[in-house]
Design a protein. Sequence first.
Length: 430
Amino acid sequence: MSEFVRDHDIVVYGASGFVGVLVAKYLAEHAPAGTRVALAGRSETKLAEVKQRLGVDWPVLVADADDAPALAKLAESARVVITTVGPYAKFGKAVVGACAAAGTDYVDLTGEVLFARQSIDDNHELARSTGARIVHSCGFDSIPSDLGVHVLDQQVKADGAGELADTTLVVTSLRGGISGGTIDSMRHQLDVVKKDRKLRRVAASPYSLSPDRAAEPDLGRQDDVATLNGPDINPRLRGTLAPFVMASYNTRVVRRSNALRDWTYGRQFRYREAMSVGASPLSPVIAFATKLGLGALIVGLSMPPTRFLLDRMLPKPGRGRASRPATRVTSRWTCSPRPRRASGTRRGFGPRATPATRRPPSCSASRRSLWSTTATPCRRSRAASSPPPPRSATPWSAGFERPEWRFPRANADRTTAWEGQVRELRTATQ
């Protein structure tokens, strides 16, 4: 960020909208004393109402999304701009461009792959030159996914098990609502890809956000809307798993993070997300119905007659479930780490580990920070009786706590499983 003196530490742009009010309320309750916050948007009257409702004496900045001079002035006055104004492809391009030019840090909640791709192409070099840090997707999509895989990778490396290979996030419990802004963003992206075949291919590519698509490994098709058999992923999962609604965006963010860090997760890293619909005999039907419902929603929003009906039923932009603004998620992580090759051997060759010779895995570590992770209790092998390792300090929190390990099932002779449960992920949703 540029070192010029700024009038405000944080500017919340779109503060009168549904998510903007949630962000402003959080800052009013939790921002450190002395934090200089300003509310921004296109309606001074609505911003004044938000001030009064929150009981704060913050300045108000008026700037329309298509008023470039006003946005430039707003960006130059702040150290950080948080924007909740979507669809970002319609109302966010000028904001992120103004922040990149002014050296102002930028944060948003976008889940729009085409907007993120264009923002990267348009602003990356400019932001590097001015020192601005442009951070997209800092809400429910895609903080749990992106940071979760990062923490998982750290634990796998700490256990000396090599690189991540097949990694799956399974959402086992989900509570929360969807805002009108999210629906409007979906509508807008559908309109764009219908008209432009090239952008349709970009949106469909699993590496659409990668910095260098040509450098990505060819790992075959990676389906974001597949139904999966739970026990095939992890013995503790039961029933058939349904597609997770945010998988098509979260997976691309995680793959981009891997590429930006020189493929630290591994060149054979494959990532997907799914959602548990229970362990009943009807789970295959429910999972297939969920997949069918997601497809029907996309088709319905793409066709004018059905869109007209859906528009009357779905939340309007700026509206949402105010009574339960947070999203609570319980999820289970599983991964198949790929052991590092021995000196003098080629990747993929050499002796294969067996249950008798393979090093037993550890489960994921517990972490309490911006969101809470509690490791699944692991059953130690009957032959093992040593106490669990002590807590060790980490940069993330007061400490990681490594739980006990157990041997995987005997028929899983080529992979080991890392498990963890995310108990609560409380983030503002779009």
